[in-house]
Design a protein around this ligand. Structure first.
Ligand SMILES: [Zn+2]
Length: 420
């Protein structure tokens, strides 16, 4: 321990800001049934963590004598869960930061999520991230996107009612009949510069193509300018038509499974999406209801589920499976919800399990979600060199996905951040 203190400081200083504040202990987890996220299973494994990173994962190994040892008692040990599409800040952003953030961040850790991607949130989220990095607050690793529009408002859209935009989504029923106005090139470039300056990690775009409209060309510009600033572009498309248009511009990740349009009827579209090799986030549950204790079907805004606009939600799982079988392997967990993380997990599992096996779900919430979040160099599997983001769960998630709801220990960057 005495010699590693200096090493740890040096390693932390050289690594990402993310790890610098993690007072990651050196530790060992023994007697673990390890699902490492790559599909491998060790029945009785030992994981050694040093300086916040995984040093080794091996079968039947002795724990080194000089580190804290956690006896997993035969429980399942797997990579920390990754939520690749979430909206975090709720209500007034300053009030959220001071009153709600700490508790909410802890809820992610308790549900097993060590990484959360925000697909648009105000800068107060970046402030919360800073507090986490400085050790003033506990929470998951946070990556955040800034919104960059692809077109101006559609004529008539000023009459749109207030509220969750998904309730009035133009890609759902009657598609736009005329071109949306273009956004001046300089305005797009400025928006991207501002996002970079504010400290965001990605650019989030929403594509709804209009006849003769500027959307694909602007998305190409965003992708290219974003690259210049080290900001990958993540793109919202919820219909098959818009997803096909999006992949043409080559964003880094697609934040939804298309659920409007049946990919089984559109083999060319299916092939085009898969051939693009772009990771995708599941978000199946946002398009189906969440049930409260009064047995009411609800949308993510807490209001009655809008069957008239989200009646196609059931198509999502089927399209997901078609994409998966056609070769889209980077298909990762995301919810696009704002329910408490464990409730969102219950909903998403309900949708995922209609078409994926428990074994596939393990990949979807670990390795694949890290790929969809564009962070698979550092997280998503238990492999030497990766960040020590680890959960211990009671039960066997290869047998029943409900075991993912039984997190007993969460470790982030080698630090135990939740212990039941
Ligand atoms: Zn979203």
């Amino acid at each position: 321990m005495q010699s590693s203190a200096t090493l740890r400081t040096v390693a932390a200083a050289g690594a990402l800001l993310l790890t610098s504040a993690a007072s990651g202990q050196d530790l060992a987890i023994t007697n673990a049934r390890v699902l490492d996220g790559t599909g491998a299973v060790l029945d009785r494994g030992t994981i050694v963590v040093r300086d916040g990173r995984i040093e080794s994962v091996s079968a039947n190994a002795q724990a080194p004598g000089n580190v804290r040892t956690i006896d997993a008692a035969g429980r399942t040990v797997m990579p920390g869960f990754v939520e690749a599409h979430r909206h975090i800040v709720d209500g007034d952003p300053n009030a959220w930061l001071e009153e709600t953030a700490a508790e909410q961040m802890q809820e992610f850790l308790e549900a097993g999520f060590t990484t959360v991607v925000s697909a648009i949130d105000p800068p107060q989220l970046l402030e919360a991230r800073q507090r986490i990095e400085q050790g003033a607050m506990q929470g998951p690793r946070i990556f955040a996107a800034a919104f960059v529009p692809l077109a101006g408002p559609m004529p008539g859209s000023e009459n749109q009612p207030e509220g969750d935009p998904a309730r009035f989504d133009a890609s759902r029923r009657e598609r736009p009949s005329q071109a949306a106005p273009a956004i001046p090139r300089e305005a797009t470039i400025t928006a991207i510069e501002n996002a970079a300056r504010a400290g965001y990690d990605y650019l989030k775009t929403v594509i709804i193509v209009t006849p003769g409209g500027p959307e694909v060309e602007t998305l190409k510009l965003v992708v290219e300018e974003g690259r210049r600033h080290g900001l990958p572009t993540i793109t919202h498309a919820v219909s098959v038509q818009d997803t096909v248009a999006a992949v043409e511009a080559g964003p880094a990740s697609l934040v939804h499974t298309p659920h409007i349009g049946h990919l089984g009827d559109q083999p060319d579209a299916l092939q085009k999406i898969v051939d693009a090799g772009i990771p995708m986030m599941s978000t199946l549950a946002v398009f189906i209801p969440h049930f409260d204790e009064d047995n009411e079907p609800l949308f993510r805004d807490g209001l009655p589920f809008p069957w008239e606009t989200l009646s196609s939600g059931g198509q999502g799982p089927v399209n997901a499976r078609l994409l998966w079988e056609a070769g889209l392997t980077s298909y990762g967990y995301g919810t696009d919800t704002s329910w408490p993380p464990k409730e969102s997990l219950i909903d998403e599992l309900r949708a995922l399990r209609t078409v994926f096996s428990p074994e596939d779900v393990v990949s979807i919430i670990t390795k694949n979600a890290a790929e969809a979040a564009l962070q698979s160099d550092e997280i998503g599997t238990l492999e030497p060199g990766k960040l020590a983001d680890i959960v211990i769960v009671d039960g066997d998630p290869l047998e029943a996905s409900s075991a993912l709801l039984n997190v007993v220990t969460t470790i982030k960057g080698g630090e135990v951040v939740f212990e039941q």
